[in-house]
Design a protein around this ligand. Sequence first.
Ligand SMILES: [Zn+2]
Ligand SMILES: [Zn+2]
Ligand SMILES: [Zn+2]
Length: 288
Amino acid sequence: MRLLFLGTGAAEEVPSVWCACAKCRRIRELGGRNRRRNACAFLEPDVVIDHPPTLTSQAWDAGVDLSAVRHLVFTHGHMDHFYPHLFRWRLGDGREEPQGGAPVVPRYGQLPLLFVYGSEKLLDDVAASLRGSTPEALRMALCPVRAGQSFAVGSYRFTAIPANHPVPGDVSFNYLIEDQAGRALLYGLDGGTPPEEAWELLEGRQLDAVILDATTGFTGHGAASNHMSLHDVREVVARLRKIGALAPGSRVVLSHINAHHWPPHDEAAPRVEREGMILSYDGMWLEL
Ligand SMILES: [Zn+2]
Ligand SMILES: [Zn+2]
Ligand SMILES: [Zn+2]
């Protein structure tokens, strides 16, 4: 299993988009791994998790061809994870590429189905964003997901784990991802300390890696109940070990980083590493 972090930042990105504080100015100077865009991921060979507004450029920079993606899995409907407004460009009539001057249609050629997974409410919002077109016309299959449900995503098996991350009128999911070789990964974005229903679903699992929400980092104890600080992360990792869900050698990876609760990546990564964890960065591969 190979997962590529296309983005590892919280909603306002890192540096924070409109902020000119000393921390954000420093990150702009440093660049490189210190800069982060909205959290989302590519899972080889053809799965994307979440669609932030800048997914197209994030994928381009990482060398991922979105037209070859067959499965799009949504965690929740916050705007840094959910931007359905590009789906309308999937509209086309199946014509081959034009030879000369041609009528303008958004795309040419046949398009394979794109399977889109998420809560029922989130998929209603996808359908409402299609401007009178239908998922069928756009070669999309909307697949509603319920908490606790396991379902196939290409060759993977996903299980929707309820997340501690309120969205008005909707639910948020983390995902347990298993491949055919028996490797297992928990994609834990976004979320505060997991609710008891999540722990019930994780009981008895053997996770090779967990990706955890560490939005509020070093300075954020109690800063947000719907995201985690390092203090919260340590408690979650301890409980995962206690129930035997984290085997020795399994990896703990932190993501969804906020500019103001963390030092720049160059400083923070060695500190996190000393605790036996990995601080992700945009463009990082996780291989299990
Ligand atoms: Zn988020
Ligand atoms: Zn700032
Ligand atoms: Zn969120």
